[in-house]
Design a protein around this ligand. Sequence first.
Ligand SMILES: NC(=O)C1=CN([C@@H]2O[C@H](COP(=O)(O)OP(=O)(O)OC[C@H]3O[C@@H](n4cnc5c(N)ncnc54)[C@H](OP(=O)(O)O)[C@@H]3O)[C@@H](O)[C@H]2O)C=CC1
Ligand SMILES: Nc1c(N[C@@H]2O[C@H](COP(=O)(O)O)[C@@H](O)[C@H]2O)[nH]c(=O)[nH]c1=O
Length: 379
Amino acid sequence: MPHPYVLLSAAVSLDGRLDDTGPERLLLSGPADFDRVDEVRADSDAILVGAGTLRADNPRLLVNSAERRAARVAAGRPAYPLKVTVSGTGDLDPTANFWSTGGEKVVYTTDEGAVTAAEALHGLGVDVVPVGPGLDWRAVLTHLHDVRGVRRLMVEGGGRVHTQLLQQGLADELQLALAPLVVGQPHAPKLFGDGEYPGGPRNRLRLIETRPVGDVVLMRYVPTAPGTGPVPSAADHRWLALACELAAECPPSRTAFSVGAVVVAADGTELARGYSRESDPLAHAEEAALAKIEPGDPRLPAATVYSSLEPCARRASRPAPCARLILDAGVRRVVTAWREPDTFVAAADGNGLLAAEGADVVVLPEHESAAKAPNRHLN
Ligand SMILES: NC(=O)C1=CN([C@@H]2O[C@H](COP(=O)(O)OP(=O)(O)OC[C@H]3O[C@@H](n4cnc5c(N)ncnc54)[C@H](OP(=O)(O)O)[C@@H]3O)[C@@H](O)[C@H]2O)C=CC1
Ligand SMILES: Nc1c(N[C@@H]2O[C@H](COP(=O)(O)O)[C@@H](O)[C@H]2O)[nH]c(=O)[nH]c1=O
């Protein structure tokens, strides 16, 4: 199910805290950084905070710049992004600034919480959406995408919300403003709480930008650890997009597909990448990538192969098709964008061959058009 692009945004102290324990909100950003945040808000379709942040900060979550609001309107968008909160209990204060400022609002809550929230917010025009007995984040993101048309979601905290989205592999990007102060209080709210994160403690996110903004440093990261089993993660989308980009590198052919592939370890380390006809005129992408990894590499059994096209199931020109090469390498997870059409081989079912031998195969159709793009001449 498609989700919006999920951007986690926070300002954090040198000791990893989002706030202090005092009654007033701690301002970690300075004026220049609050202006940067305003710009990120203006670029978003929706802004989400948890009910804990509503209670602690009583935020408005507006686009404060009149020019940015005007630019949104000129582009056919509402002046303000949709405001979103999540609550398990539904215990929400109807007098909070959140409800009386800005544009449309939606609350995602549990079946039980929906009764309390609907009563508390009666008459305020707020959409209260129950997502089941618990707060299922995938259901929240799917609803935002499919029903509210949200393509870019900015999440402004707090710690409990950021922690869950990162732990569940649902964050596409992190934007952290590191503030030059130390909170030092053991009970001050942390940016990321305890628990298991994708890829474990050895997983390194990819740094995509650093920039001083006044006296804070903006750091932007993207996740790298593949999902597990049949469940796709935000990092799976990123790696598959790379595989689709690699397909454009292939020497063109009228008699074979152009495909890209990447092999990634469970801790997010890229083991190899390849593309069709990279090393010889018959090489397939998965074959080219796997050939660069030492057979028996201990990281292979937990690795994921990303391939823009479903791995092949039959080959005349080689002893083994790519689905077999993947299984023989010990890999048990494959993410692909496009099922093989009957162009060269009728009813090829590489995904079926992989699944029959216990591999998890994840198809992400959102990337199908990118996978097909370098193969248009074969239509
Ligand atoms: N420096 C910064 O950039 C920012 C700092 N902050 C700070 O963070 C602190 C607030 O963080 P925190 O207390 O973690 O609150 P959050 O904003 O993360 O909200 C937590 C609340 O969201 C609901 N919720 C979230 N996940 C679930 C779930 N899986 N099931 C049920 N309910 C869920 C619950 O609401 P309910 O209780 O209604 O059931 C829960 O109490 C404040 O001190 C604030 O100032 C916040 C944002 C940014
Ligand atoms: N303290 C803090 C942030 N806090 C975030 O800003 C929200 C309040 O925004 P507003 O309604 O516009 O005042 C608050 O609820 C929380 O999500 N953000 C940051 O970038 N830097 C900061 O130092």
